[in-house]
Design a binder for this molecule. Structure first.
Ligand SMILES: NC(=O)c1ccc[n+]([C@@H]2O[C@H](COP(=O)([O-])OP(=O)(O)OC[C@H]3O[C@@H](n4cnc5c(N)ncnc54)[C@H](OP(=O)(O)O)[C@@H]3O)[C@@H](O)[C@H]2O)c1
Length: 277
């Protein structure tokens, strides 16, 4: 059995449906990963073969003002999961982020590039990566710019705004790979099936700016919205963001044979499913 922690979140829900009958899901109502006792009790009772941790404090700007919560959930929580899974000989899969990098490299990041987070969220996620190593049987999957059918995300925000406005201003100096949670869930399953360990990058292929992503969302969904550019500096959010943090996924492709589709194809499939729902 595979235990999905954070099963009610955006990624967790897609992972649950992909794993199917051999999945068991828990979220904050049943497990609090910041509490070692709660975490150990759930894991030693259910005795899964693998735990996939999708639980996190994901409010990037919120992390700047609540450093303690960020470190407790994204850092210490992973240590608790690692200790509990090690106790029963289960594997730990932990989902991490491109925000462990500073975006200054200028080309796609590989798994062994040195991390250097620019914000509290990235620091707390990096602490989580290090804590996952309390279980030698760990797998860390870094991803970025997620959207899915079961959570607040950029695509849904743009579609809501596009229904009301004919012009929007969106940052065009942050580059990344928008990634559909269904494709990330498939990558996680491929890594698990192939017995992969260590660090892997998994994202939809190709890259764009947030501005380019917004433009594609309106083009693919037929909204006549003009998307004007602005800079990250003009947006002035509390947390600093890496400007170029695309992830090189060739290790994933080499070791599993699974090649995520391009971000534009993924967006088309997401919008088609959304329409059919
Ligand atoms: N979203 C992105 O763009 C993105 C990009 C890169 C990496 N990631 C990583 O991908 C993973 C999944 O992200 P997501 O967007 O699917 O997250 P999400 O939708 O925010 O889901 C996280 C889930 O974890 C739960 N949770 C929070 N604190 C918990 C605790 N102490 N114990 C147990 N459960 C707890 C949340 O419950 P509440 O909602 O009640 O708090 C929520 O159901 C995370 O590790 C995230 O860091 C996300």
């Amino acid at each position: 059995m595979i235990l999905v922690v954070g099963a009610d979140g955006m990624l967790g829900r897609d992972l649950m449906s992909l794993v199917g009958d051999s999945a068991r899901g828990v979220d904050i109502g049943e497990i609090d990963i910041t509490d070692l006792e709660s975490t150990t009790r759930v894991i030693t009772t259910l005795k899964p073969e693998a735990v996939v941790n999708c639980a996190a404090y994901t409010d990037v700007d919120g992390c700047e003002s609540d450093v303690e919560k960020a470190m407790q959930v994204n850092g210490e929580g992973v240590a608790h999961l690692a200790m509990a899974t090690r106790e029963i000989g289960a594997r730990l899969v932990h989902v991490s982020t491109d925000y462990v990098f500073d975006g200054a490299k200028g080309s796609p990041y590989q798994e062994d590039d040195s991390p250097h987070p620019l914000n509290v969220y990235g620091e707390s996620k990096l602490a989580g990566e290090m804590n996952a190593a309390f279980n030698p049987e760990h797998l860390i999957v870094r991803t970025q710019w997620l959207y899915g059918h079961h959570g607040k995300n950029f695509v849904e925000t743009m579609l809501a705004l596009g229904a009301e406005k004919s012009q929007l201003t969106v940052v065009d100096d942050q580059i990344g790979s928008p990634t559909w949670t269904i494709d990330l869930a498939s990558a996680v399953m491929a890594l698990l099936k192939n017995g992969c360990r260590g660090v892997y990058h998994a994202a939809n292929q190709g890259f764009c700016s947030w501005n380019g992503f917004a433009t594609a969302i309106f083009e693919e969904s037929g909204f006549p919205v003009r998307v004007a550019p602005m800079t990250t500096e003009q947006l002035n959010r509390p947390a600093r963001r890496p400007l170029y943090s695309t992830l090189d996924c060739s290790k994933l492709i080499r070791d599993t044979g699974f090649c995520p589709q391009s971000w534009r194809e993924a967006l088309k499939h997401y919008l088609a499913q959304r329409k059919g729902a």
